[in-house]
Each structure stands twice: as C-alpha cells, then as structure tokens.
Design a protein around this ligand. Structure first.
Ligand SMILES: [Zn+2]
Length: 500
C-alpha cells in the first residue's frame, strides 16, 4: 500500500483528466443554458399615424428621378438637380415644411427643426443623405429598368438611391408630413439632417455639425443609415436586427518606390516595380490579427440565445472559443472586416511604357481602421513592415479615426429597440460594427450615442444592390421605415416617457 504501481498512477492521472473534462463541459453547458435574451422585439403596435403607402412609393420614385449623383470629380456634378430636389421636397411635403423650419447649410445640406412639445428634453437627430453614387456605365444593361427611372413595379420602387439613401429620406419626410397633417407635435424636438455629399467627402454633414455645435445642441441620440434587419443571419439561422454602434476609420496610404530610369533592355537587379511588389507583400504580411471583441463580440452574445445549441455553446463561451470563432468567421470577408483593421491595395502606377524602366512606382492602399487602432498606427505599421526597403510611406488625402462606440445599454438604444420591436416582432436586436462610413461620424460631438440603422429587411444576397445594380426598395420596407420614423418622431416608443 506504500506506493502505487505505474498503472495506478496512470489511472489517477487519467481520472483527474476525466474529472477536469467533465467539469469543463459542465461549465460550458451551464453558461450556454444560462444565456438569456436581453433585447427582443415583442409586440406589434399599430402605426402611430395614417399614411398613404402607394403615394409614398410614387414620391420615392419621383425623388429617384432627381439625378443627385456625387461624382469623384466634383466638377461633373449637376448642381441644378439638388436645388430642384430641394424645391420638390418643400412642395411635396407642405405640412411638414409648415411645422418644421428648414435651413440650407453650405452647398446643399439641409436641417429641419421641428420644435417639440417639451423643449426641456434633448432633441433627436434623424439623418438621411440626398446624393447617390453613379450607376456605372458597364452595368447599365444589367438594370431591369433604367437606374433613374424611379419605376414602381413588382411591389417595389426601383432605381439608384431607392435604399441608399433616398428611401430613408423620403420615409422621414412621409412620417413628418403625416404627423404634421394630423396636427401631431412630437414630444421632443426633432432635427432632421440631410447631407448633400455623403458619397464623397461628407462636407455637408461636417458643416451641419459645426452649426449644431455653435447652437450648443446636445442630442439624446443621432440615427443615420448603416445597418438593417438581416433575414438570414448566419449565427441565428434567421432574422436579426443589427444596430451599428460604431463605424471604422479610414485612410489611404501611398507607398512609392524609386528606381533608376532607362531602357528596359539593360535593367538593374531590381526595378521600382519589384521593390514596390516586395513592399506590398511585406505590408500584407503584417496584417492586423483578428480580434473577437468590441461590438462584434457584444452583438453575437446578444444573438446567442437565438442560435442553434451548437452555435450557442461556442458564443456563450467566447472566453474559451473566441480565437476559434474569429478563425471560422474570417472565411467571410465582411465578418473578417468586423474583427480587425483591413488592408486593401487598390491602385498602382509605374512606368508609362512597357519598355521603359520606371523612375518611380506607387501603390495606394486603402485601410479601414477598427476601433482601438488609429491613423497613426496604420502609418507606423506600414513603415515598420517596409523597414529596410527604399520606399516612402505617406498619407493620401485625409484620414479619419474610428468613431467612439455608442452604448447598447442606454435609454436611447432601448428607445430605438422598442420602436423597431413594433416593426419586427420576435426579432433579436444586437449591436454591430459598421464597416463602411456614414455622415453621422461628424455628429459624434453633438451626441453621446450615435446609431446607424434603418428597419429594412434584407437577405445577405440582396446587399449587393446597394451601390450595385437593380437597387430597389420593397413597399414592405418602405412602410416599415415610415412607421418606424413616425414612432420615433412622435415619441411613442417604449422608453420615450423617460426624461433624461
Ligand atoms: Zn448612404
């Protein structure tokens, strides 16, 4: 009995390992079963005000016919389209324009201020931009109807901007018009902000932010375009409403390699192009590690209770499986973009002729910066990666930092969730990170909480129509948007009575 044989010791070790494994599995399962939903849309309330959906669809079609196209080269923009659109809005929505004061800021941004019944409450800022991206000429033959036709057919309004973002703008105006016509004044002051150049610099929204700051306006929250209800969310295998609580930063670096010019028949051991190729490889080789954290992690934790058990087990125990989840999700580029700063080499320039050695060669690399990193981090990392290579690293144009992350626990978030709940019963609601940009980034100084969301229901396969071909707004989505904005404006969503 004094000492165990080797077999006995092995049995003890084996026993401890089994016990540890059982304990671990128990912890994982208990954590999984303990997950409870925190934000779920429940009851369907009637529309807060009556409106004519068919008329709204016709008007969205008319709005699309104003070709407020933001070109990369501003000189190509037809400014008369914006002023005609402004006139049309005033004529088409007379009750709203009588109730709310409209101002033009800068070249064409608009602010409507509708004073609330209780001016002591902080105002709500609702945003939607007027401009659209061009319909690229190569894809014109893929459109079922010309991109600026604004045709209403097959239960939808078709054309560039139907979703991004005239759909939201028209829904806001329809909601305002219906409420004003019914003699309803919102509880809080409603400020509607519409930038005229979101698709390029967003100078309009920037100028509006300056005006609001100068007026010492501190909003309860800002709501702009951004996210949606995804009908086939991979985590829950069903619908999920994603409210973007932050957006990534943006910067483009220009990397230039210098070489000896001359005739390509007697090249040096490496040309500016070969140096540049090594620089690109080095920069891409120093990718930001995937991080399962922030809004991405928080959002998936919210969705976990609705996920199938196997997925839920992983999401509920992200302390253990975070790395694995990140690795698995990274197969989808959009999901990967939610977990790190992305590196995308886009443009190249070199020699002007095939048999001439380049004096210089350049690459432009577009970065989308995750919260937690900065423009300076991007520059530092590119310089570190290309250390020892004869290249220059410089910032092209203006970079911008990631936005602050808004709360998904605030009264404002709950108010949004409850207004949405009426539109999307039994749909889980979760915070998310917006990987593209919006005008709302300029408004972060005027509100603690800035959200990016509209209650459009999309399948993942439909997202390509935004900036792509056959962009269209279904009448169902249009109706949902109008009711949602009317409820937000009227102050009849859940926590609306909580003064703050
Ligand atoms: Zn947009």
């Amino acid at each position: 009995m004094r000492r165990k044989g080797w077999a006995g010791r092995l049995l003890t070790v084996f026993g401890i390992a089994i016990a540890a494994l059982v304990l671990l599995v128990a912890v994982l399962v208990v954590r999984t079963l303990m997950l409870k939903p925190t934000a779920l849309a429940t009851d369907q309330a009637p529309a807060v005000v009556a409106f004519d959906l068919n008329q709204a669809a016709d008007r969205l079609g008319q709005a699309i016919r104003f070709e407020t196209v933001s070109h990369q080269d501003k000189a190509e923009n037809d400014l008369s389209q914006w002023s005609a659109f402004h006139d049309w809005m005033a004529q088409t929505y007379p009750a709203f324009h009588a109730a709310a004061k409209r101002e033009t800021v800068g070249e064409g941004a608009l602010i409507w201020t509708w004073t609330g019944r209780n001016p002591a409450l902080q105002p709500i800022i609702l945003m939607a931009h007027q401009d659209v991206v061009p319909a690229s000429p190569e894809t014109l033959n893929e459109w079922k109807t010309p991109p600026f036709s604004g045709l209403v057919a097959d239960g939808a309004v078709w054309g560039r901007g139907a979703i991004d973002d005239k759909g939201s703008l028209i829904a806001l105006l329809e909601a305002g018009e219906a409420l004003a016509k019914a003699g309803r004044q919102p509880e809080r002051t409603i400020i509607v902000v519409s930038g005229h150049d979101e698709e390029v610099q967003g100078n309009g929204a920037k100028a509006v932010a300056e005006v609001l700051k100068a007026r010492n306006i501190r909003a309860w929250f800002v709501l702009d375009e951004g996210s949606a209800i995804i009908e086939d969310h991979p985590a829950v295998k069903g619908p999920a409403a994603l409210i973007a609580v932050a957006e990534k930063g943006y910067v483009t670096l220009k990397i230039t390699a210098k070489g000896q010019g001359g005739h390509a028949s007697a090249p040096p051991s490496q040309t500016a192009v070969s140096i540049l190729a090594r620089a690109i490889t080095a920069i891409e080789g120093k990718a930001w590690p995937l991080r399962y954290d922030g809004a991405t992690r928080e959002g998936l934790r919210e969705l976990a209770p609705y996920a199938p058990f196997s997925t839920r087990l992983f999401l509920a125990n992200d302390w253990l499986f975070g790395g694995l989840l990140a690795k698995q999700m990274a197969a989808n580029p959009a999901a990967a973009a939610g977990m790190h700063t992305t590196i995308a080499p886009t443009m190249l320039s070199g020699s002007p002729k095939e048999n001439v050695l380049p004096q210089t060669a350049s690459v432009w690399i577009n970065y989308r910066i995750a919260p937690g990193a900065s423009v300076q981090d991007v520059v530092d990392r590119a310089r570190a990666a290309t250390k020892g290579l004869p290249v220059d690293v410089e910032i092209e144009g203006m970079g911008r930092e990631p936005t602050p992350v808004s709360s998904s626990r605030s009264d404002a978030y709950r108010y949004l969730a409850s207004a949405l709940g009426d539109e999307a019963p039994a749909t889980p609601i979760a915070p998310s990170l917006m990987i593209a940009g919006s005008d709302s980034r300029y408004l972060t100084p005027v509100a603690q909480d800035v959200y990016r969301f509209a209650p459009n229901r999309f399948h993942l396969s439909e997202l390509g129509m935004i900036h792509g071909v056959n962009e269209h707004m279904t009448l169902d989505n249009l109706e949902r948007n109008i009711r949602f904005y009317a409820r937000l404006m009227a102050g009849e969503a859940g926590t609306a009575t909580h003064a703050n």
